[in-house]
Design a protein around this ligand. Structure first.
Ligand code: ADP
Length: 639
């Protein structure tokens, strides 16, 4: 704030200065004198003069230039030039540079004082005007900040809440507050698009709001729907919103969703003749956008809720058990069938690692296998005899799904079938031995013709085939029943070599190239040597049987992570992908089997049972270039 009575005299010393000092102090003004530019800077920092009287020159420096610089820096500070003599050019220059006044000799003390007073008064009223203007602008700015704050708060409410009624009422209340209106409403088109009803209101009676309805074709609100343009009405005559509902002023703005006008946001004054402006139209348009966003959010939420409920109902009613896991194998969802299967509580478990929530060894095995990317299904056995087939399926972006199918009845059927086959096979063996024995005796009791001898040989070959089949079936029955409990530490490579001897003649006859890759010092296997030999016989037998002449058969034995891995690869016809899941089933013979290649379809079923019995795993990798059977057996651990 300038000191109201400090007059700064920027003048060279001389009689004029003395005259000024005397005249000003005589009427009570405070004065300060500066003779050079540096002094001027200092005094401007230390005090705030109310007026400056500037000499034409100051120690040879141009006073006009100094004054002009001061004006640039302090535009409201009055600067009066104290000139040595009067000239039209000087006066023009003074005006151009924005000096407030120019004093020229001859000067009397009264003239001087009056000039200072006049200029001070003008500066004062200028100061008052500026202060008023600043206040006015600040008030309008404050109002705008308030408006913005209201809009921001409303926006926050919209993103944070899905309660449509609450948001729409807030929008209408904000519209009334920001425009200073008496009342406000939000009208929406009904389903057939012919009428508008009141969806939210402020300062309008409840009963009236609930029954409010106007036709789109003959109402002011309808006009906004039809044109898509805002409506701003005021003037002398009242405006009819509907019968017996007149207002002095109103603003209606369209409410758009997906480029379609679906409603109208409006405010009006019924009592006072107070009008609205374009600015209010703008504010209401922003609020209408908020309302539209809130409505689309609510619709989207409703749609997703409906979908979620549908999904939930389906998921809960699936007869098979389903467990959905995230990418870390933690439970996302479990349906009631899965909870029932594992005897889990009806609630809870969500977010827990599945192996903690469901502590079942077979489930753990399934997960381990699935993570090793080999087998994706496994049987889950319960103590009460129930058996489930569990399938693990990866779901990109989610994690995985485990589906459980109750196969207890299939297992029971399988058991009954096995019992039946076992009994029949057993009962067939004695008569077959008798048939074979008697055919051998035939030649000893009399001479046979060549034809009779040929027939006898055919009978013997056929009986031999049936006996092999029966033996296979009995073997399978025994292995599956778990009778093979006798196990010892065996060297797989020695068993392999014995087995290969059996096939040497056929390999030579078919000119097959046999490749062997047997790692030295393989760990021992805890197993049944007879069964393991049977396993090799079947795998190598198939490779030799199915590979055409001059093909390759390659056998690998190696150790990895306390396991022994057996690979039997060939360049045979390969197994069609669709048939690969079935090749370990009993009596399954593939469509790839060349004509004339005999077999019972039991070999791989026996191999699978032997491998299972040794806690191992077996699978096939096959293409039309050949097949590779892989067996993984756990190494024997020193007891
Ligand atoms: P089979 O007596 O028919 O050989 P297996 O149980 O040993 O019965 O094999 C089942 C089926 O698997 C075979 O019929 C054949 O389709 C397929 N298979 C097994 N091994 C091979 C192989 N090395 N190459 C091609 N197909 C094979």
């Amino acid at each position: 704030m300038p000191q109201s009575d400090l007059v700064l005299l920027v003048l060279d010393d001389g009689p004029e200065l003395q005259l000024l000092l005397r005249a000003l102090s005589a009427v009570g003004y405070q004065t300060a004198v500066v003779h050079e530019q540096s002094g001027l800077e200092r005094i401007l920092q230390e005090s705030s003069p109310a007026i400056v009287v500037m000499g034409e020159t100051l120690k040879g420096v141009d006073g006009l230039r100094l004054g002009a610089e001061l004006r640039e820096r302090f535009p409201t500070l009055p600067i009066v030039l104290f000139a040595g003599h009067e000239s039209a050019t000087l006066l023009r220059e003074c005006l151009r540079l924005g000096f407030s006044d120019c004093l020229c000799p001859p000067l009397r003390p009264d003239d001087l004082v009056r000039a200072i007073e006049r200029n001070l008064k003008r500066a004062l009223s200028m100061g008052d005007w500026i202060r008023r203007e600043v206040k006015r602008t600040t008030a309008s700015l404050e109002r705008r900040v308030d408006e913005l704050q209201t809009l921001v708060n409303l926006g926050r409410g919209i993103t944070g809440s899905l309660e449509l009624d609450h948001i729409l009422t807030n929008v209408v209340t904000a519209a009334v507050d920001l425009t200073g209106a008496e009342e406000g409403s939000l009208l929406l088109l009904d389903d057939d698009g012919e009428n508008l009803y009141m969806r939210a209101a402020h300062n309008i009676k409840d009963g009236f709001a609930r029954t409010f309805r106007v036709r789109v074709t003959d109402s002011l609100a309808g006009e906004v729907i039809r044109t898509g343009e805002p409506l701003l009405l005021g003037g002398e005559d009242p405006h009819k919103i509907k019968t017996a509902y007149l207002v002095h002023a109103l603003v209606y703005v369209p409410l758009r969703m997906k480029d379609k006008v679906v409603g109208v946001l409006g405010v009006d004054n019924r009592q006072e003749r107070r009008f609205f402006s374009e600015r209010h139209v703008l504010l209401l348009s922003v609020l209408a956008d908020y309302a539209a966003i809130a409505m689309s959010n609510a619709f989207l939420y409703q749609a997703s809720e409906t979908e979620r409920t549908k999904f939930q109902a389906t998921f809960n009613n699936i007869a098979n058990g389903v467990i959905i896991l995230d990418e870390n194998d933690c439970v996302l969802l479990v349906n009631p069938a899965a909870r029932l299967a594992f005897g889990l509580p009806a609630q809870g478990g969500i977010g827990q690692p599945v192996v903690d929530f469901i502590q079942h060894p077979d489930l753990r095995t399934l997960l381990n296998r699935a993570n090793q990317a080999s087998l994706k299904h496994h049987e889950i056995n319960f103590d009460d005899g129930r058996v489930f087939n569990a399938q693990y399926t990866s779901i990109p972006g989610v994690g995985a799904a485990i589906t459980l199918q109750d196969i207890t009845y299939l297992k029971e059927l399988d058991r009954l079938k096995n019992d039946f086959v076992h009994t029949v096979s057993h009962d067939l063996r004695s008569p077959l031995t008798a048939v074979l024995g008697y055919t051998e005796l035939l030649g000893r009791v009399g001479t046979l013709t060549d034809q009779q001898r040929e027939f006898v040989q055919r009978i013997q070959a056929s009986v031999q085939n049936i006996t092999t089949l029966v033996n296979d079936l009995l073997d399978l029955g025994r292995i599956e029943a778990g009778f093979d409990t006798r196990k010892e530490d065996v060297q797989l490579d020695s068993i392999l070599r014995y087995t290969l001897d059996t096939f040497s003649p056929t390999i030579a006859e078919k000119h097959l190239n046999l490749g062997m890759d047997i790692e030295a010092n393989l760990p021992l296997i805890r197993g049944n040597p007879i069964r393991l030999r049977q396993m090799f016989e079947n795998l190598i037998g198939n490779a030799v049987k199915y590979t055409p002449e001059h093909g390759d058969v390659r056998i690998v034995l190696r150790a990895e992570d306390s396991q022994v891995i057996v690979q039997v690869a060939d360049t045979g016809p390969g197994i069609p992908p669709a048939e690969q899941p079935h090749i370990f089933d009993k009596f399954f013979r593939g469509s790839n089997v060349p004509a004339g290649v005999s077999g019972s379809g039991l070999g791989l079923a026996i191999v699978k049972s032997i491998v299972d019995n040794h806690q191992g795993r077996i699978w096939v990798e096959s293409s039309d270039k050949g097949s590779t059977f892989v067996v993984v057996l756990p190494a024997s651990r020193p007891s």
